[in-house]
Design a protein around this ligand. Structure first.
Ligand SMILES: Nc1ncnc2c1ncn2[C@@H]1O[C@H](COP(=O)(O)OP(=O)(O)OP(=O)(O)O)[C@@H](O)[C@H]1O
Ligand SMILES: [Mg+2]
Length: 231
């Protein structure tokens, strides 16, 4: 399956923002894209009485292939807390096999690239025994790590990178997201990560980049080569 999993160094560090820039760039290059957020916590009721999440709506709008909401976000959880806790509040439980089946069913064979946004960071639990990342490892979906450039990100990024590699999940590269306007020594932090992460840096997203702005900040040659895509 032509899929990419977008994980991040934490929650709220720019997975959705970067995913949208990535989708726009892939669309501009002429690829057919589909995007999904298999699990979202932090949902509100829409006018039809269905739980919907802002990230999933944004991904649905940014992908070139449109599919109904329940395909984009099959597990929509109300409270903005860890997914297993949000599920518990709704009287539900999550399991790796269920999430794996859901991803398999949602992936669009028509798409050149299916972009899957994770929830939280890489080691987010599904329950007391299973991590979301184990589903991604089982499906062998290559990963892009979004690093929110802020104080503490070196530790988070290096830990996450090592864990992904140890789980033998293909690691496509990482993207620096300058989401903190006050960070000190931003360039030096990014340079440090280039030494510690021996996979390519696919781009640096500047502070304040909005979804509609230009996408030249990303270099996706490596992704095109990996998936053998020819627009
Ligand atoms: N490069 C940036 N410049 C300015 N603000 C940014 C940037 N990247 C992200 N943000 C802002 O930071 C917030 C979190 O970003 P985003 O929603 O993309 O993170 P996320 O990792 O997808 O979060 P979640 O864990 O909830 O899915 C948003 O308000 C977003 O607009
Ligand atoms: Mg998000």
């Amino acid at each position: 399956m032509n899929a990419i999993f977008i994980t991040g160094t934490d929650t709220g560090i720019g997975k959705t923002t970067v995913s949208i820039v990535l989708l726009k760039k892939l669309n501009q290059l002429g690829y057919r894209t589909f995007a999904l957020k298999p699990i979202a916590s932090g949902c509100s009721l829409d006018r039809n009485g269905c739980w919907v999440n802002d990230d999933a709506i944004a991904l649905q709008a940014a992908a070139s292939l449109w599919r109904p909401y329940e395909i984009v976000n099959p597990i929509a959880l109300k409270e903005p807390v860890a997914p297993h806790l949000a599920a518990k509040l709704m009287g539900e439980t999550l399991s790796a096999i269920e999430v794996s089946n859901i991803i398999n069913a949602a992936i669009q064979s028509e798409a050149d690239i299916n972009l899957i946004e994770g929830v939280g960071g890489w080691s987010v639990p599904l329950n007391h025994r299973e991590l979301f990342s184990e589903v991604i490892a089982g499906l062998k979906i290559p990963v892009i790590l979004v690093v929110g450039i802020k104080l503490g990100c070196l530790n988070h990024a290096i830990l996450t990178y090592h864990h992904i590699v140890r789980m033998k999940v293909p690691f496509l590269g990482w993207i620096a997201n300058c989401m903190d306007s006050n960070v000190l020594m931003r360039e030096e932090n990014i340079e440090t990560l280039k030494h510690w992460i021996t996979a390519p840096c696919l781009g640096v997203i500047p502070f304040g980049l909005t979804h509609i702005q230009e996408t030249s900040v990303l270099n996706l040659d490596f992704i095109s080569d990996y998936f053998q895509l020819f627009p």
